[in-house]
Design a protein around this ligand. Structure first.
Ligand code: COA
Length: 328
């Protein structure tokens, strides 16, 4: 038995932070950001009383509404995030409490930009084993809470957002059919990280002074690794499943940089008309990008029974992977 995505939903904060807004805050400009990344604007959830669990709860309520079920039918909640409300309790528990999913257990999954892809594969296992009937997988990040708005190399890239799916047992031949996931901590750990706040560098006056509670990235290194890894894994999932550029309906890639997405599509031999891309409007929302793309394809009625989707991601860790979904 495989797991099908039966429902999708997304939440994006209303406030838009455009490249022109950033021009007033940093030594950067719209043209540089657009040509190097493809981003024009991103959404920001400025209200400090609305953390990541707020966005997840909005998504969870929409998922229940759209599916027409009550919260007590949910067996498991997985929240993929690198910006949890707190180190503990988990964001998944906060969401479970907010929607009163009294029969659900849950946990947070830390895989940065690959969080949703990792979470989807994980959630699918609980359906495949027969252990769960309804699993919520949500990817959410309040990136504005860990961005250094004095660092132009990272501040321009990210935005806030959340989205998710409900997984349920699939009909024969449909659903999450294959996944290939990877990690490489040896090469990844130095190039993309938030050094402060954990057990290595617990919060102190020094960690604050050294700005260790913000994202640090060597963009060039990450770019090189992402281009190679995302294209390799997408190609691998195609080969394993006998897919070609013609038989794939949509590539649903992580939205970190338009150029990384184009390189992946090129290697897969699929035209940009089959590539879901919304980086222009939301930037990189980390664990939320792939499910936001899915939710938008779904809203636009582009997903039909039998549609072949390849989801692909790359993120801190390094973590990366691709998933083949045959839409039910
Ligand atoms: N505005 C204007 N100039 C900027 C800038 C900004 N926001 N950020 C950097 N620059 C400058 C640099 O200082 C550098 O100037 P120099 O040549 O005088 O030294 C120049 O632009 C080129 O910088 P570089 O970092 O080499 O640019 P790049 O082409 O590699 O693009 C990224 C930078 C971050 C857009 C790109 O590396 C990237 O997308 N990396 C991957 C990011 C990613 O995927 N992260 C998440 C992982 S999922």
């Amino acid at each position: 038995m495989k797991a099908a995505i039966t429902t999708t939903a997304k939440y994006l904060p209303e406030e838009v932070l455009s490249n022109f807004d950033l021009e007033r805050m940093l030594d950067t400009n719209d043209e540089w950001i657009r040509t190097r990344t493809g981003i024009r604007e991103r959404r920001i959830l400025r209200d400090p009383a609305k953390p990541t669990s707020f966005m997840c709860t909005e998504v969870a309520r929409q998922l229940l509404d759209k599916r027409g079920i009550t919260a007590d039918e949910i067996d498991l909640i997985i929240v993929a995030t690198m910006t949890p409300d707190m180190i503990f309790p988990s964001t998944a528990c906060l969401v479970q409490g907010n929607i009163q999913a009294k029969n659900a257990w849950g946990f947070d999954l830390s895989a940065a930009c690959s969080g949703f892809v990792y979470g989807l594969h994980t959630g699918a296992q609980f359906i495949e084993s027969g252990n769960c009937r309804k699993v919520m997988v949500i990817g959410a990040d309040k990136m504005s809470s860990i961005l250094d708005y004095t660092d132009r190399s990272t501040a321009i890239l990210f935005g806030d957002g959340a989205a998710g799916v409900i997984l349920e047992p699939a009909r024969e031949g449909y659903g999450v059919l294959d996944a290939r996931l990877y990690s490489d901590g040896a090469n990844g750990k130095e190039h993309l990280l938030m050094p402060g706040g954990g057990s290595l560098n617990p919060p102190s006056h020094e960690t604050i002074d050294q700005r260790l509670h913000f994202i640090k990235q060597d963009g060039k290194q990450v770019f090189k690794a992402a281009v190679m890894a995302m294209a390799d894994v997408a190609e691998e999932i195609m080969e394993r499943n006998g897919l070609t550029g013609d038989t794939i309906d949509y590539l649903v890639p992580h939205q970190a940089n338009q150029r990384i997405i184009q390189a992946t599509a090129e290697r897969m031999g699929i035209g940009m008309d089959k590539v879901m891309m919304n980086i222009e409007y939301y930037g990189n929302t980390t664990a939320a990008t792939v499910p936001i793309c899915l939710a938008e394809l779904d809203e636009q009625n582009k997903l039909h029974t039998g549609s072949n989707l390849v989801l692909a991601s790359f993120g801190a860790g390094y973590t990366w992977g691709a998933i083949y979904v045959r839409w039910q």
